[in-house]
Design a protein around this ligand. Sequence first.
Ligand SMILES: [Mn+2]
Length: 341
Amino acid sequence: MNCVKVLVRNMSRSQRWAPLQRVGVVGVPFEKGQKKYGVSVAPAAMRSAGLIDQLKEIEGLDVVDYGDVEVAPCEEKANVDNMACLPQVSACNMTLSKTVSRIISDNRVAITIGGDHSIGVGTVDGHYKVNEDMILIWVDAHSDINTNKTSSSGSVHGMPVALLVKELADYWPYLPTMDWQVPKFSIKSLGYIGLRSVDNYERLLIEKYEIPAFAMEDIDQHGIQQSIKHVLRTLDPESKRPIHVSFDIDSLDALEAPSTGTPVRGGLTLREGICLMETIHSTGRLRAIDLVEINPALGSDADRRRTIEAGLCILKAALGFSRRGTAPRGVLDLPGKINVN
Ligand SMILES: [Mn+2]
């Protein structure tokens, strides 16, 4: 009796959560959330490395390219202490939020190619506006949850999580130009994977709010697959909420992805990154992926190629590419059909 019940429940769940085979890609050539030149070139570099065609090669995947978000020059000055280029960050994210909302409303997985990680404000804001029950998996060497008061750099790419969550709204001063973004997402729906460079105040917040955070030593202990499964179970015990993955390429070890602005050694191997994304794909509930902080201007040609290739592997793993290979559909039925004639 119990076995039958479990089987029926599992069947209905898998029917309900078959992976969405439709994706929309948007590029964000934006780099004002940090200080190094080059991360804005990543969408063009990813496209010329074959991003769209490689996604189209995944069996059954319907890919639409929504182009790049227009990043208008922003002359507006807004004086907020220790927060560089806030008006530019704000303007870009406002447009991006609308685009991500549109892609998800079109019943597609939103794939956003950054750009620096400040664009996570726009992608999560846009996703949340369509799916208020979404959970957020932040895959990163850093926790990106500083405010302008705790940041040592003043770069907004270290602050997007703190801007997004409602529980930290009171930690911020009034932010001119940011009125469009009202933080409603709850810190209780956030989990981390890959941490290994966390500031003191960031650690305080992770502990205060009991955020499921798997730093590299936790991944060493439990393995990547059990780590992500634990985070997903903690945030969503009933396995029913849409998933947003914000993937910073610096979560990978600097040997795997050297062309990035703030590399940290001792990170995820590419295989762990692939396994992580395959596990998330297998839930059928992935609805948005950000791939950020690839900087093709840093390092040698080989570094640049290796980093872009790693990014492509991560995206493909998230969208159903199988390392085992995929047999063409229907071919095994052919002999029977041929015999009819
Ligand atoms: Mn980041």
